[in-house]
Design a protein around this ligand. Structure first.
Ligand code: AMP
Length: 396
């Protein structure tokens, strides 16, 4: 892996594919600037070397053509504040202004180009377009882990034009190193906690982890597809009929691999999908009609915490319950605390996925994990054992 740390960019103009796909409020102000902050080490490394930076990113999913709602304009004041210098923002992508601004870049200068997804060439991974953009710089850096599972012009095609001058950004390298540690050199016992709403989106990850883990905790709404596969009565709980067979296969595979499978035995159930609902605790495998499982119950919390506590490696993706509602938050919070305790005792703890990260931020526990992955879909695909196009393009 050639990273930006391995090269001195003095006098070079560097195209940096960052991920500034951040949440905005109604006034189009950035409400969570984590991704912008995380791109700073790479940008600063290049600037400190005496290079200049041409920043490329997307924001949201515009439908084709310019839409103010998806302009990168709101990123400018945040970047300016953190870099402590003015930056140039060009709206015309490969238009005369961009060519002019990039042409006169001096060491330390930073230019931000407009959202590439306003052009269909971005998602089509267009070679001609990539060639034009490549002509703006001397080197290419990808630091957009969260978009690296997309084979797009800026994450994939652009790298081809820099066969000897393409580098991993520090954020991307850090993601790859930490996720590789989980996949290929984890210390045992290794516990995976996989939760969230749907089992269908996590099947490939579950399958890829089977040969690697010692303990598997299934949380969230997806555990009811497993409970159903074991002939449980799940009342009105969420489940996916089409994936019952897959759940059975995973249960059988855990037996074959000697994995301890924990399908939380008790659940907090509710008579409606609402924070105002009536609730009670019952067996996950015997939920009355009219009631649905919303969180893991107290016995399960104790059991899962014990398992996590005795682990050397913990991988967590997907909340244990509907943590957005205060009545159903306890399972996710207790598991977050258990992970934080394991981390304090020296375990390697990794968490990823948009909702899981939102949860640990809510509990103020994000800094109690060894590594928090910035990628949702990208992390899942990496954990599935897939080679991400954005990573492959840098290695080819
Ligand atoms: P995912 O995107 O698949 O990781 O799912 C995250 C979502 O799963 C969160 O919004 C949770 O509220 C939701 N979730 C967790 N547990 C349950 C449950 N028992 N029933 C329905 N949704 C759930």
């Amino acid at each position: 892996m050639k990273t930006v740390a391995d090269y001195n960019f003095k006098g070079k103009k560097v195209l940096v594919r960052a991920d500034f796909n951040v949440p905005l409020n109604h006034n189009r102000q950035v409400t969570d600037d984590t991704r912008i902050r995380e791109s700073l080490p790479t940008i600063n490394k290049i600037i400190n070397d005496g290079g200049s930076v041409i920043l490329i990113s997307h924001l949201g999913r515009p439908k084709g053509g310019f839409e103010m709602d998806y302009s990168l304009t709101p990123i400018v004041p945040v970047l300016t504040k953190y870099l402590n210098k003015p930056i140039v923002f060009t709206r015309d992508l490969y238009g005369p202004r961009t060519v002019e601004e990039c042409g006169k870049l001096q060491p330390g200068d930073v230019v931000l180009l407009e959202n590439f997804r306003f052009y269909e060439e971005e998602e089509n991974a267009d070679e001609e377009f990539a060639k034009k953009i490549a002509s703006l710089g001397d080197a290419y850096v990808n630091d957009a882990f969260a978009t690296s599972h997309r084979e797009h012009m800026s994450t994939y095609t652009l790298a081809k034009f820099f066969p000897n001058d393409k580098y991993f950004g520090l954020l991307l390298a850090n993601e790859v190193n930490n996720l590789n540690k989980i996949l290929y050199s984890a210390q045992h016992p290794f516990t995976a906690i996989i939760g969230g709403a749907k089992v269908s989106t996590k099947l490939a990850v579950l399958k890829n982890l089977l040969g690697k883990i010692d303990n598997l905790i299934i949380g969230g709404g997806m555990r009811f597809t497993f409970a159903k596969a074991l002939n449980g009565k799940i009342g009105n709980s969420l489940y996916e009929e089409k994936n019952i067979k897959d759940a059975s296969e995973i249960i059988n595979a855990t037996i074959q691999h000697g994995i301890n499978l924990y399908i939380p035995e008790d659940s907090v159930v509710a008579d409606a999908f609402s924070d105002e609902a009536q609730t009670k605790i019952c067996s996950t495998f015997d939920i009355p009609e009219g009631w649905e499982g919303m969180d893991i119950g107290p016995k399960s919390i104790r059991k899962c915490a014990e398992v996590i506590n005795s682990s050397q490696t913990v991988l967590w993706n997907g909340p244990l319950g509907v943590f957005e509602m205060s009545k159903f938050r306890k399972g996710t919070k207790s598991i977050a605390i258990a992970c934080a305790n394991a981390n304090m005792k020296g375990a390697f703890t990794v968490i990823g996925g948009g909702d899981s990260i939102a949860a640990i931020n809510m509990f103020d526990l994000a800094d109690q994990f060894s590594f928090v992955s910035t990628g949702g879909g990208a992390m899942l695909e990496y954990m599935e054992g897939k080679t991400l196009p954005g990573v492959q393009a840098l290695l080819d």
